[in-house]
Design a protein around this ligand. Structure first.
Ligand code: SF4
Ligand code: SF4
Length: 449
């Protein structure tokens, strides 16, 4: 490793074992999903859209707006409990196998680096060598490709925020018409380039809050990448014709050389370990050569390593699972009950009731209708009570997609029907032949006139 003002630059060696190949396949599938995501449409909407600027969020074609904030809070709560549960069982496996940071770093940027500069030993040599034409060409080519890929990632990242259609418009039309969008892409490009070219594993070991939380989330029953010290120690190389006083670890150091965060897993569980499982592959390879059983380093719990007993779920896991199940059920119930239109009707402030010549009585109301879909909805408001009628001040009969409208109208009832001073009126918001929302409001009138 090269000393550079306190930071040790890491040159991880590549060992292509079974787990690496699985990880490689999973990474490419996830990358495909990430890049295709903004262009997959469900119900005319992007599969996933996080438009924080316009407070519009889309999941699987369902549009969520600020009035769905309670659903958002609930979904976030489910996400947090899921992360806690998942981490308590499987440790930091997300970091090593599915996190976009690791996937891009290990499966894209490092591959390009190896392709241009060679393996770990050659990379280190190149970094330490004086400036030559070869070095300039290699470094120039690497950083140009890094910048291009960062630019691509920045575009995709933006597509999840402003939508793929808006992004394509920015790309097609002159830069001068979309200066803000263009600057955003440039800033994201530089951030991604900085992360993947220089910051690298520091994101996982220092910056990422999830990584910092491991100490709280993990316990002895959590699955982690761990070294079986009972089997491995005392470590050392035995020589032929000598009595073997050592454990299975021959202290070859390969598990350390492959580690992208530069740690020695034999020192026990460490916050820097992202569970990438590369050291498992490396050690398995050594064990195969020595004809000893695999998994001296393996994916196991600390308890399993300590006692040799197989992995068992703890009470904590059952507790988290129960909480998660309840939260998911509540969210599912709310989603099923969620209507396309949300209507609120309130009696107009400062008015009481109006007695009319035709022996009816009326109350004045203000209403707001919000359309939560991605299409215009035509509607009508009808009272459930057949004798009641609605008279609009100004009739509006449609709500634009994702928008809202305000209405003012009278509800008119025959005086003879009024039994109490304050009664409840039920209104149906009807679209087509379907009731899309039901509202209750108060009606005031002197009884038994
Ligand atoms: S790869 Fe295995 S044998 Fe080699 S040092 Fe690491 S734990 Fe020991
Ligand atoms: S210790 Fe092993 S699993 Fe952990 S980061 Fe290093 S190589 Fe990956």
């Amino acid at each position: 490793m090269q000393e550079s003002k306190g930071r040790e630059w890491i040159y991880p060696k590549l060992v292509k074992g079974k787990l690496y190949r699985y990880r490689d396949a999973l990474s490419w599938s996830l990358l495909f999903l990430l890049f295709a995501g903004p262009f997959i449409k469900v119900n005319g909407e992007q599969l996933l859209l996080l438009d924080v600027l316009n407070a519009k969020f889309v999941f699987a074609g369902l549009v969520f707006q600020p009035q769905d904030f309670y659903l958002f809070v609930l979904a976030m709560l489910i996400f947090i409990v899921f992360i806690v549960l998942f981490t308590a069982v499987f440790g930091r496996v997300w970091c090593g196998w599915a996190c976009p940071q690791t996937i891009f770093m290990e499966m894209v940027f490092r591959k390009i680096e190896r392709w241009i500069e060679g393996d770990a030993v050659r990379q280190k040599k190149l970094d330490q060598s004086p400036l030559t034409v070869e070095k300039i060409l290699k470094k120039g080519a690497k950083h140009t490709i890094f910048l291009l890929i960062s630019f691509l990632i920045a575009n995709i990242f933006l597509a999840y925020i402003i939508g793929s259609d808006a992004l394509l418009t920015i790309i097609r039309e002159p830069v001068s018409q979309h200066l803000a969008g263009f600057i955003a892409i440039l800033i994201f490009t530089l951030v991604f380039y900085g992360v993947f070219a220089y910051v690298r594993e520091i994101v996982c070991t220092v910056i990422c809050p999830y990584g910092r939380l491991q100490g709280v989330l993990l316990d002895k029953k959590s699955m982690i990448v761990g070294y079986d010290y009972g089997r491995g120690e005392p470590r050392g190389k035995f020589r032929k014709n000598q009595e073997n006083v050592y454990g299975d670890c021959v202290d070859c150091g390969l598990c350390v050389q492959v580690c992208p965060t530069g740690i020695d897993i034999r020192n026990g569980t460490q916050l820097e370990c992202i569970n990438c499982t590369l050291c498992i592959d490396a050690c398995d390879m050594v064990m195969d050569k020595l004809q000893r059983p695999r998994r001296l380093i393996g994916f196991k719990s600390e308890e399993e390593i300590e006692t040799g007993k197989p992995f068992k779920l703890g009470k904590r896991i059952y507790g988290y699972s129960a909480v998660l199940l309840v939260l998911i059920s509540v969210l599912a119930f709310m989603l099923i009950r969620r209507t396309d239109i949300e209507a609120t009707v309130l009696r107009a402030g400062g008015t009481l009731y109006q007695l009319r010549d035709d022996k009816t009585v009326s109350n004045l109301y203000n209403a707001e209708l919000i359309n939560k879909t991605n299409h215009t909805i035509r509607f009508d408001i009808t009272p459930e009570e057949p004798s009641a009628k609605i008279a609009y001040i100004r009739k509006i009969d449609s709500v634009p997609q994702g928008g809202s409208i305000k209405l003012t109208f009278f509800i008119i009832q025959p005086q003879a029907n009024i039994a109490t001073y304050k009664s409840t009126v039920r209104l149906n918001v009807v679209s087509g032949n379907k009731v899309v929302d039901r509202i209750e409001t108060v009606f005031i009138a002197p009884p038994n006139l």
